[in-house]
Design a protein around this ligand. Structure first.
Ligand code: NAP
Length: 180
């Protein structure tokens, strides 16, 4: 049996931890749009119904799974799911190696306990308020990679892509076992 898909989250997050002021993504960063498209190309995606509605027409070779409480909702592309567990099972049935959680806030929050990798575009801008992204604590997450995104105009805020991996209990166990 192949292992279940790795649950990854991808988001653009302000310096004070928000992803949106309520509707839409607050920044229009060309380099981040390219990064998001590259990272998710051909992948199985999990999106909340609100984010899916905002992204109508964006999907090409993606496999979107749309989180909704509605039993009647039929997405124009992909399929509806009622839970994160159902999304993971669906992706697994199709032999997907990864499932990418693409927001929004309610969906990140719902999936967060199971997310193993987070690819965050950290934007050097403060929103003050809005829809939050779950906090990433140094005790639970380790930094795998970070690199700056090129700015396409002087008006764009500085941004960098930071990849975090959740520290698994087994790796904590292995470290302490190795120290004994
Ligand atoms: N900065 C970023 O990287 C980023 C990324 C993605 C989205 N966003 C922004 O985030 C905002 C949307 O976030 P949001 O939190 O309002 O909405 P969302 O997570 O995109 O979608 C919310 C919807 O998902 C469904 N849902 C949520 N929790 C559920 C659960 N436990 N079980 C079943 N269904 C569930 C419900 O759909 P039904 O109402 O159909 O039941 C709910 O109305 C937008 O402004 C978007 O632009 C930002």
């Amino acid at each position: 049996m192949p292992p279940p898909p790795l649950l990854c989250a991808i988001a653009a997050v302000s310096a004070d931890g928000f992803i949106s002021k309520g509707t839409g993504v607050p920044w229009d960063l060309e380099a981040d749009r390219q990064h998001f498209r590259r990272a998710t190309q051909g992948k199985w995606l999990l999106l909340g119904r609100r984010t899916f509605d905002e992204m109508q027409g964006w999907f090409t070779d993606h496999h979107p799974l749309v989180l909704t409480r509605s039993r009647d909702f039929q997405p124009s592309v992909g399929q509806a799911v009622a839970t994160v567990a159902e999304a993971l099972k669906t992706a697994e049935r199709h032999c997907a190696t990864e499932l990418w959680v693409c927001g929004g806030a309610a969906t990140y929050a719902e999936a967060w306990p199971q997310v193993q990798r987070a690819i965050i575009t950290q934007v050097a801008d403060e929103l003050g308020d809005g829809l939050p992204f779950p906090p990433i604590s140094g005790e639970e997450w380790t930094l795998l990679d970070r690199h700056s995104l090129p700015r396409h105009t002087a008006a764009e805020p500085v941004a960098e892509v930071i990849t975090y991996q959740r520290i698994s209990h087994s790796s904590i166990f292995n470290v302490s076992a190795a120290q004994d």
